[in-house]
Design a protein around this ligand. Structure first.
Ligand SMILES: [Zn+2]
Length: 365
């Protein structure tokens, strides 16, 4: 398990969490954030909230927004003040992040949650460290009131709590200490213990509208794709969103990956020499695409081009597809040699080794 640092828990090597993607980048959740803020301002924010929704929808960011509300200098939460930044970097001292890549959250995690919430919030800042960088907790009317104590725990993927930990947590969930909040997320509510579920107010996060996710992808993709990668069309992006089950996070991963792979394949279809093929193969290998898979994709495209070129020649058209049959054949030959060497002869996907083995170094098409 990893937890954010907290003043009453010792920081260990495990206590390093990645930053949370800002909720300000989330498209289609403006109303959700408005409702959360309204509940906080009117003192109606439930003590135990479970954000439930499909993978990649932005649950961590929404939970972070909820956790930031009591501390945000602008009471929104704004996402840009020092307090919001501390929340997003999982370093806010009043917020304990409980998140794991393991299959379960254990008893010790439940103990740490209880321990974190049991400490009276705010007292540390006002009595011992009045000039800390986060300042005092802003009150709802905008006047600083450091005595207003708030302690928060965010449990990501609460369905990973094992039975023992969940049972230990029940007491805390039943009667959370004064001015404390527990925000949980899950994409598998059915995997959670009914006793835990019954103690939380469920907040279903529906996928944003397709157009909102489209805007989100257009904003975020340029920072992921290389400048040479052709910009995907709206139709391609929409197909990607649908394949990602409308989840913005998943769609971003998918479009980013496909964009990069698409670019590599484009380069493979138009290589200047064998080394270009091997370079692209190596990069594709690093991006997680298996060698056999990409080479098949390239072969399919080359075969399509070949058929087109043959039919163009039959019809007497002068090469409108842009490639001569001879050039296509040469590229097919190069690819099959790489394939034979790297797949059949089990040569590692290493550019230098492969080019030396094949004696291709410096050979142009
Ligand atoms: Zn803020």
């Amino acid at each position: 398990m990893t937890t954010s640092k907290s003043r009453n828990t010792k920081k260990t090597s495990d206590d390093i969490l990645p930053s949370i993607p800002s909720w300000t980048d989330l498209m289609g959740f403006r109303m959700t954030l408005k409702r959360l803020t309204h509940l906080w301002i009117t003192d109606k924010l439930p003590s135990v909230l479970l954000f439930e929704g499909r993978d990649g929808i932005g649950k961590r960011s929404i939970a972070a927004a909820a956790a930031a509300m009591p501390f945000c200098s602008h009471h929104e939460p704004c996402g840009i003040c020092a307090n919001c930044h501390a929340v997003l970097s999982t370093s806010h001292p009043e917020i304990l992040w409980v998140e794991t890549s393991d299959i379960s959250l254990k008893l010790t995690d439940a103990d740490r949650i209880h321990e974190h919430l049991s400490v009276h919030a705010g007292s540390f800042w006002t009595e011992q460290n009045p000039s800390n960088s986060f300042g005092s907790t802003p009150s709802k009317d905008g006047v600083a009131s450091p005595q207003r104590a708030v302690r928060i725990v965010v449990i990501i993927d609460a369905d990973k709590l094992n039975q023992q930990a969940a049972n230990r947590l029940l007491v805390t969930l039943e009667e959370p200490p004064l001015s404390s909040h527990i925000f949980m997320t899950t994409s598998r509510p059915k995997a959670m213990l009914p006793t835990v579920l019954s103690r939380a107010i469920k907040w279903h996060l529906a996928p944003p509208h397709l157009e909102d996710t489209l805007t989100f992808l257009k904003t975020r993709l340029p920072s992921i794709l290389s400048p040479e990668t052709p910009t995907p069309t709206d139709t391609e992006l929409k197909e990607c969103i649908l394949r990602a089950g409308l989840s913005p996070g998943k769609a971003l991963d998918l479009c980013g990956h496909e964009g990069m792979v698409g670019e590599k394949i484009r380069r493979l279809l138009n290589p200047e020499n064998m080394l270009h093929i091997l370079e692209a193969a190596e990069e594709l290998g690093k991006s997680g695409t298996t060698f056999g898979k990409w080479i098949e994709m390239v072969e399919v495209r080359l075969n399509e081009r070949y058929k087109k070129a043959v039919s163009e020649r039959k019809n007497g058209t002068k090469c409108p597809s842009g490639l001569h049959i001879g050039v296509i054949n040469e590229r097919r030959r190069m690819l099959s040699q790489v394939k034979r060497a790297a797949v059949n002869q089990k040569i590692a996907l290493n550019m230098q080794l492969a080019s030396e083995s094949l004696g291709f170094s410096g050979i142009s098409q």
